[in-house]
Write a protein that binds this ligand. Structure first.
Ligand SMILES: Cc1cc2nc3c(=O)[nH]c(=O)nc-3n(C[C@H](O)[C@H](O)[C@H](O)COP(=O)(O)OP(=O)(O)OC[C@H]3O[C@@H](n4cnc5c(N)ncnc54)[C@H](O)[C@@H]3O)c2cc1C
Length: 381
């Protein structure tokens, strides 16, 4: 019989960060992954750490800001442990307006964020072109968000996996979890295609697939679903072309340490479909050329799509469920890379203490019983 203190379903950035954190408390952790760890949304991601990227507010804004504050220590601790550099960038984001509507949207964001005491500056088109000289003459200016960061997710996530191994986490690949097992009113393990696994606590961190795991009662199923994001990687015209993330309401551009530029991302409710489409690629490429006309000559290197774990109110689903011993760490939607440190640390605290901190308590499953949840709205879709 396979027994652990903690069973974690899913080896994306959330499952890996959480497994690593919980193992740091000396608990025996088994992570069950149906394929290879870190090959789904956490690999597809652009790696932006952008707590002020949208007009977030309240508890969600606090969660994002706190995770961003914790990022340097989180990243450095992984880097030191596995002796790998995760190529972070601390240069902030430029959010640039091209049309009247863009400018109105960003002015509104600017006023709101200033009123909330957040770090945000307004820059004119000329100022923006002084910062990023390749920007189009059509850019009218917009926001500079100095606190935004970037991390190479395709380095950080494998580094987290290595760290898990070093901390004694058992990672089982090829184990498709089919359902949660309960006895005497509490979770005792899971059934998988490799047989049952037993553990004192079961944590569902299966990303966009979290609602596919069978549960003894439908009320335990998180309202989580896939939201496709298509991406393109192109070659930078020259190494110094762009030194920070730049976005408009239609696209974003992320310079990577390997000389490539990632263009993202669409937001589509099309089920578990990871194909790239003509519409999607056209949207990303035209959005990028609107900001940087010079890109029309660049070669396309790679296209892909990933499935974000969306939720009914676009916020994560964290913490206890009505079934004792069964916890959720899912629904991170557009911010799973950013939220990994705070979710891992606060969920680990919940596991060892039984208490949900003020940071994660508002994101429990029970909130979906409340009438004010705005069902299925996707910002920017
Ligand atoms: C195109 C794109 C761009 C993005 N850009 C950003 C960004 O710039 N910044 C940011 O913060 N976030 C971004 N995101 C969002 C971020 O990638 C996700 O929120 C995050 O990766 C979610 O992590 P996860 O661990 O929950 O899910 P995943 O990384 O999808 O991992 C879930 C894991 O669970 C496994 N699994 C599923 N079902 C089972 C099962 N039954 N049994 C066993 N294992 C199972 C899967 O195989 C997978 O490995 C982006 C997402 C996309 C798609």
């Amino acid at each position: 019989m396979q027994t652990s203190d903690i069973l974690i379903i899913g080896g994306g950035i959330i499952g890996l960060s959480l497994a690593r954190e919980v193992a740091g408390y000396g608990l025996r952790v088994t992570l069950l992954e149906r394929h290879q760890p870190g090959r789904e949304a956490s690999w597809a991601s652009a790696g932006m750490l952008a707590p002020q990227g949208e007009l977030s507010e309240g508890a969600f804004l606090q969660l994002c800001l706190e995770s961003n504050r914790r990022y340097p220590a989180f990243r450095e601790s992984v880097e030191e442990e596995v002796e790998i550099r995760c190529y972070h960038r601390e240069a902030g984001t430029l959010a640039m307006a091209v049309t009247d509507e863009d400018e109105a949207e960003f002015r509104h964001t600017y006023e709101r964020q200033r009123a909330d005491g957040l770090q945000v500056e307004w820059v004119s088109g000329e100022e923006a072109r002084r910062i990023e000289p390749a920007l189009s003459e059509r850019v009218r200016g917009g926001l500079f968000l100095p606190g935004d960061r970037h991390v190479e997710n395709r380095v950080l996530v494998p580094a987290l996996e290595m760290s898990c191994h070093m901390r004694g986490v058992e990672i089982v690949c090829g184990a498709v979890v089919t359902n949660v097992l309960a006895e005497d009113g509490r979770a005792v393990g899971v059934d998988t295609t490799l047989g049952p696994y037993y553990g004192g606590t079961v944590i569902n961190a299966a990303g966009a697939w979290s609602a596919c795991i069978g549960v003894p009662d439908p009320a335990l199923r998180p309202p989580v679903f896939p939201v496709r994001g298509q991406m393109v990687a192109i070659t930078l015209p020259r190494p110094t072309f762009l030194s920070r993330v730049v976005r408009s309401p239609r696209s974003y551009l992320v310079p990577r340490h390997d000389g490539r530029l990632f263009l993202g991302a669409t937001m589509e409710r099309v089920g578990f479909d990871k194909r790239n489409t003509v519409w999607g690629l056209h949207k990303l490429l035209s959005g990028a050329m609107e900001l940087f006309p010079e890109l029309e000559h660049c070669s396309v290197q790679e296209t892909w799509a990933g499935l974000r774990p969306g939720s009914l109110d676009n916020h994560p689903v964290l913490g206890a469920t009505p079934l004792p011993g069964y916890l959720l760490a899912t629904g991170c939607f557009r911010n799973g890379l950013l939220l990994a440190p705070v979710i891992a640390q606060e969920m680990a605290h919940l596991v060892v203490s039984g208490e949900a901190s003020d940071l994660i308590a508002p994101f429990n499953l029970a909130r979906f019983a409340a009438a004010e949840v705005v069902a299925g709205r996707i910002p920017g879709a």
